[in-house]
Design a protein around this ligand. Structure first.
Ligand code: PLP
Length: 497
């Protein structure tokens, strides 16, 4: 690298705290036991702490559990020694990103923190395998374990979302939507999706995307007065345009989606209905948003947003005929070998998402979003649709005289990560629009609750009122970092989950 970024990164290698040093020493001692005394190692890390617990602290299992978990984390961190000696540049950048994610309040609604377990599966030996095809019918040998893995991921998805067929191979959300179009439409067929500037996704028919280049895109929009999807206008357009596919689901829509209404309109005009639940999959899995399963023809989702899994996607349906078409669209239509390490991590995430703890997490995401919205409203902010039913909200900054981009930049300097976004019928340009999009999945994963949301909303207000005041930004950044220290982020060094 010649541009000096790496040099800057090296100069900025975070100093180890006392705690990190003692963790590393502890990990070093533990690693001495790894070979050839693996039995001794297990005894040391798994059994001994519990023995001490029973001996000395019969009433404080919580502390011992924390100690054991921390011990394991430090060991994992220490294991990055291989990466450190092989590639100091990448190791440095990873450590910097860890620290950035730990010290910032991350409000981008499509982001989250995955657990150590999901992270481990993502970094597992399945990255070494090729397995084009599907379980039992592959184009490569050596699939004994991968077949079992993919079937496990499929079974967990079927059971969690209540569907009959699932494909876990799409590389991500956009390729999943492409695969559904490739499976069900012919070039030139009409499709309808929510306009991008009103909250829809690129792949739902935005003019520069494949979905508008190869198909005839006829977008529907929000009612700008209410900020809600205008289902009547959607119905009228569908009757007139006779699309072959109607997509519901969004990227920046804060309200519950009426899947039944969209499916009924699609049936009436002879179209397939697709629910893209990328954003709300975790809320659906947790039972806090109605599910489109059994209502629409086909469902796509990413696995890395509120569902808290690795970067990947799934396509689900109850129709055998659609399932066959989708499978053929994925391979040989669009993809080669599936990312088996991602499949492993998807399976782990699906298992996590089926627990009572995840249901509580999903409930808290929505409670946090509502508390956040109420505080912003009380501070004089306008929200598209007036609030939220989900994990996200879109703030209309017009009455504050600030652009979304200027606000997002200042907030980032103050330790709060958001993204600028259009508001419906935005008078400003898309690259410097009037809105900010924020969401609560990541902060809720850290264990933050309503009080913290109100505090963050007030910090945001302070920054937006003093965009160019470096002292205010720095003061807020330090306060943010202090709050973050009390809520360790899952999957990062120092966290138990
Ligand atoms: N669908 C929706 C509703 C999304 O919000 C997104 C991404 O934000 C996608 C699809 C695309 O997912 P990916 O970025 O994984 O391609």
């Amino acid at each position: 690298m010649k541009n000096g970024r790496y040099e800057n990164a090296l100069a900025d290698i975070p100093e180890y705290s006392d705690e990190e040093v003692s963790n590393a020493v502890a990990a070093l001692l533990a690693s001495l036991c790894e070979w050839p005394f693996s039995t001794l190692h297990n005894l040391f890390t798994d059994v001994l702490p519990w023995y001490i617990y029973y001996l000395f602290c019969p009433h404080s299992s919580f502390h011992v559990e924390r100690a054991v978990a921390r011990w394991r984390c430090s060991l994992k961190e220490y294991r990055m020694r291989d990466l450190r000696s092989a590639d100091l540049e990448v190791w440095t950048l990873i450590r910097q990103e860890e620290r950035r994610q730990a010290e910032k309040i991350r409000l981008i609604p499509s982001e989250n923190y995955v657990s150590h377990a999901v992270m481990e599966a993502t970094g597992s030996v399945f990255t070494n395998k090729y397995s084009e095809g599907y379980p039992g019918r592959r184009y490569y040998e050596g699939q004994q374990v991968v077949d079992a893995l993919e079937e496990l991921a499929q079974a967990r998805a079927r059971s969690l979302f209540g569907v009959k067929y699932v494909n876990v191979q799409p590389y991500s959300g956009s390729p999943a939507n492409l695969a559904v179009c490739f499976a069900l439409l012919d070039p030139g067929d009409a499709l309808m999706g929510l306009d991008l500037t009103h909250g829809g996704h690129l792949t739902h028919g935005w003019k520069v995307n494949f979905s508008a280049k190869y198909y005839r895109s006829v977008p529907y929009r929000l009612n700008t007065a209410t900020g809600l999807i205008d289902y009547d206008a959607l119905e009228e357009t569908a009757r007139r345009e006779r699309p072959k596919l109607i997509i519901c689901g969004a990227t920046a829509y804060p309200r519950t989606i009426d899947f039944a209404r969209v499916a009924a309109i699609a049936r009436e005009v002879g179209a397939y209905s697709l629910a893209d639940i990328a954003h709300i999959a975790g809320l659906i899995a947790g039972g806090v948003h109605p599910s489109p399963a059994g209502i629409v023809d086909v469902i796509t989702t990413t696995t890395h947003k509120s569902l808290r899994g690795p970067r990947g996607a799934m396509i689900m349906t109850d129709s055998e005929e659609i399932a066959k078409k989708v499978d053929r669209a994925i391979i040989p239509g669009l993809q080669g070998g599936p990312h088996d390490h991602t499949t492993a991590a998807i399976a782990v995430a699906l298992r996590e998402a089926s627990t009572p703890e995840f249901k509580a997490y999903a409930r808290q995401i929505v409670a946090n979003a509502k508390a956040f919205a109420e505080e912003l409203l009380s501070l004089g902010y306008a929200l598209v649709s007036g609030g939220t039913d989900t994990h996200l909200m879109v703030i209309d900054l017009t009455n504050k005289g600030v652009s979304g981009k200027a606000a997002a930049r200042a907030l980032d300097l103050g330790g709060i990560e958001t993204n600028y976004n259009t508001i419906p019928d935005d008078p400003r340009k898309a690259n410097d629009p009037s809105g900010l999009r924020i969401g609560t999945p990541a902060v809720t994963s850290r264990g933050m609750r309503e009080d913290e949301m109100r505090r963050i909303a007030r910090w945001m207000d302070r920054i937006i009122a003093h965009l160019d005041d470096e002292a205010v930004l720095e003061k807020t950044r330090l306060e943010v970092a202090e709050l973050c220290r009390s809520f360790p982020a899952p999957g990062l060094p120092g966290s138990e989950v």
